[in-house]
Design a protein around this ligand. Structure first.
Ligand code: HEM
Ligand code: HEM
Length: 192
């Protein structure tokens, strides 16, 4: 082997500074659907029974199931593709806060729809995707079983709302305050 070949080093790969296209698409689709679903959930439970209420429930359950499916794909993509580094010069506590809150958001986008799905299956089957595809989970026990799971659905939803608010404020602070490119990592078509 020539000394040239043995000493020549490949140029270091430039680290990917943005999330992949699939991660960006999943992030914003899931965020939009969840942000739409929260008011629907709050309104439907406060309306008198009617055709509109039934429609809202069916939409809420179907879009919730879609969030669950997309969240599973998203977590798979996260393990398969990794993530770009956090902004440089972040203090240690912010790095920890970002890691913990991101992990908590992943847990919640699984837990919130899963608890809704499990509770509805227990008390109020069938659960269908847009009236068409039967997806009831094999959970019995009626309202006795469903009650505590619905409580968990409500508590986890409120936790998700609070965390999303914090998360969005942090993203806006990074963008407008620190101007460190954090939001651009998650924007479609943004330059590195
Ligand atoms: C990301 C997904 C979801 C979000 C953000 C969400 C959010 C909510 C919210 C805000 C409420 C109202 C809570 C209240 O009135 O205090 C609610 C209630 C409800 N959700 Fe979900 N939900 C999701 C997924 C699901 C799924 C997948 C199902 C079922 C397949 C479901 C079934 C229900 C039902 C039946 C209620 C009414 C519970 C009751 O009457 O106490 N949800 N949800
Ligand atoms: C329901 C709404 C949302 C959920 C569930 C959510 C969830 C997440 C999660 C889990 C991550 C971590 C990605 C990873 O490291 O694998 C993330 C990153 C990010 N999100 Fe959100 N998000 C939501 C809404 C928003 C909104 C409204 C904004 C902007 C105002 C935003 C901006 C960002 C940014 C900039 C990052 C990248 C942070 C970084 O890597 O430094 N998100 N989001």
């Amino acid at each position: 082997m020539s000394s040239d070949a043995s000493t020549a080093k490949a140029a270091p790969a430039i680290p990917e500074r943005r999330y992949s296209g699939i991660q960006i698409a999943l992030h914003w689709v899931i965020a939009l659907v969840i942000i739409g679903m929260i008011p629907v959930g709050l309104v439907m439970t406060r309306l008198d029974p009617s055709t509109l209420t039934n429609l809202l429930y069916e939409m809420h359950k179907s879009f919730g199931l879609i969030v669950f499916g997309l969240a599973v794909v998203r977590i798979g993509a996260r393990f398969a593709l990794g993530v770009p580094p956090l902004a440089p010069n972040m203090p240690h506590w912010q790095i920890r806060a970002a890691r913990i809150s991101h992990a908590a958001l992943y847990v919640l986008i699984i837990l919130v729809p899963l608890t809704g799905w499990a509770a509805t299956s227990a008390c109020c089957a069938p659960v269908n995707l847009f009236w068409a595809i039967p997806l009831t989970l094999p959970i019995g026990g009626g309202f006795e079983t469903a009650g505590p799971i619905f409580l968990l659905h409500n508590i986890s939803t409120m936790t998700l709302i609070a965390l999303v608010l914090l998360h969005s404020l942090a993203a806006l602070y990074h963008h407008y305050g620190l101007k460190d490119g954090t939001l651009r990592k998650m924007m479609p078509g943004a330059k590195r």
